[in-house]
Design a binder for this molecule. Structure first.
Ligand code: FE2
Length: 186
């Protein structure tokens, strides 16, 4: 599978999950949720894989230029459940100070909302053609990365997961069901 096809398939999984959750709530518009899911990784399509860490901000820029301000906020925030957590940004951007500055600048003007949280959650649990729980993803992540990360980064990743678990709790409450069970049935 080409990289771009994998990106599009992942985006479509995120969109599907967001739509299914949204349509079981009264607060979230399912069409907007779907659109946010489809576009959250758009920046990746314009970057080689070694510069993939630039995709949240590039996606933000692309959407801003197209006057899609709401989706722009989704793009720049989707990878950062704790928003501007310095240790995590440093790790995520491989120490690229210029990129960190751009992301922090954009995030400073973004207010957390339910669509941002929904996409942060759906992104984390969506693969290319299946869903997994936060626990499964976290275990996979630790397994893959534990040799290369220092304690501060490990802490920052844990904080991300704890925020994502809280988001899952809020979504479960909104849909009056377990998000994982719902996604299993689609
Ligand atoms: Fe992404």
């Amino acid at each position: 599978m080409t990289r771009n096809l994998a990106i599009l398939q992942h985006s479509s999984m995120v969109a599907k999950a967001a739509y299914e959750i949204a349509q079981r709530t009264t607060e979230i518009d399912k069409h907007l949720a779907y659109q946010c899911g489809m576009l959250h990784d758009v920046g990746k399509l314009y970057l080689p894989s070694e510069e993939s860490y630039k995709h949240p901000y590039l996606g933000y820029e692309i959407m801003q230029k197209n006057s899609e301000y709401f989706v722009a906020q989704i793009c720049v925030s989707h990878a950062f459940p704790v928003f501007a957590a310095e240790d995590y940004l440093e790790y995520y951007c491989h120490g690229d100070r210029a990129e960190i500055k751009k992301i922090k600048g954009a995030l400073a003007n973004v207010e957390r909302n339910i669509y941002i949280e929904l996409i942060q959650f759906c992104d984390k649990i969506s693969g290319v053609n299946s869903f997994m729980s936060l626990d499964e993803k976290f275990t996979l992540y630790k397994y893959k990365k534990n040799k290369t990360i220092d304690d501060n980064v490990a802490e920052a990743i844990k904080r991300n997961y704890s925020v994502l678990s809280q988001i899952k709790g809020r979504l479960d409450e909104m849909i009056q069901d377990d998000v994982y069970l719902v996604l299993k049935s689609i």
